[in-house]
Design a protein around this ligand. Structure first.
Ligand SMILES: Nc1ncnc2c1ncn2[C@@H]1O[C@H](COP(=O)(O)OP(=O)(O)OP(=O)(O)O)[C@@H](O)[C@H]1O
Length: 260
């Protein structure tokens, strides 16, 4: 049986800018991959390739042994750091609208039984993310953590097998982040998701993931910063990492100014 996700010598370039080079990886269903790396090294680009909004420039990115579809689908949900919702709609209406769009396209409306089913489904998902008390609130009435809970609810609507998280908790306070960590771990287990999560926080990466990837450039040309791309320089099963390796990764992630 093919791996759920397989990258075979994947490259991504934008014009002369080589962003990713030679990615070769296999990911099995149910893994929780956390991804760290310096700013601009292509982590979001890789997530977008999994989502289907970006394509490889060279190589193959496979889902169940077939090329990933060239557009987002219900099997892949995504949560970004900043999320946009309809400001004039309540929490419940926003989730129902996402359902209607997924079903009927941008002009879609749901009526009768379909509308009632969408409402039940939206309420259930909002309950799972801990927003059952906020169904009738408007986005401007939500805290940062509540907004991200809403974003997660939207991402889960299509019953995805794969959840893509692009620094979803980067803007949240530490206490709220801890609550969100527990939520994500609960949803990952409950829905048997395969998760790919970008984070700037190495500790978060080690806490949440079953496997941690470090994106970095193996070669650099100071005269031509875009000449070489990043690859996955560490692929670590979480829980089996010694202190020295952790500190080495941590040092590499910190900007040069901070180390000076
Ligand atoms: N649509 C695009 N067109 C051209 N260049 C792009 C595009 N998207 C990303 N890039 C470039 O690709 C490189 C990688 O960007 P990407 O956002 O994937 O990095 P990142 O590792 O996620 O960074 P950060 O941690 O800061 O979010 C950057 O040099 C960026 O300018």
């Amino acid at each position: 049986m093919p791996s759920m996700i397989e990258a075979k010598n994947v490259w991504k370039t934008y014009g002369d800018n080589v962003v990713l080079e030679g990615l070769d990886i296999k990911v099995e269903e149910g893994e929780f991959i956390t991804m760290v790396g310096t700013s601009g090294c292509g982590k979001s680009t890789f997530l977008n390739m999994l989502l289907g909004t970006q394509q490889c420039s060279k190589g193959e990115l496979l889902l169940d042994g077939k090329p990933i579809p060239k557009e987002p689908g219900p099997d892949r949900g995504i949560v970004f750091q900043q999320y946009s919702v309809f400001p004039h709609m309540t929490v419940l209406q926003n989730v129902m609208a996402a359902k209607a769009f997924a079903k009927k396209g941008l002009t879609g409306y749901l009526f009768g039984q379909a509308k009632r089913a969408a409402k039940d489904e939206a309420s259930d998902i909002l309950n799972q993310v801990g927003l059952s008390h906020a169904l009738n609130k408007y986005p401007h009435e939500l805290s940062g953590g509540m907004k991200q809970r809403l974003a997660i609810a939207q991402a889960l609507l299509g019953k995805p097998r794969i959840l893509l998280l692009d620094e979803p908790f980067g803007a949240l306070d530490p206490g709220i982040r801890a609550d969100m960590h527990e939520l994500v771990l609960t949803l990952w287990r409950k829905h048997k998701l395969t998760v790919f999560m970008v984070t700037h926080d190495l500790k978060e990466g080690f806490y949440l993931g079953t496997r941690l990837w470090v994106f970095d450039k193996l070669r650099q040309d100071p005269q031509a910063p875009g000449a070489y791309g990043a690859s996955i320089t560490y692929d670590l099963p979480v829980g089996q990492v010694d202190k020295a390796t952790y500190e080495e990764i941590d040092d590499n992630l910190r900007p040069v100014v901070e180390l000076a």
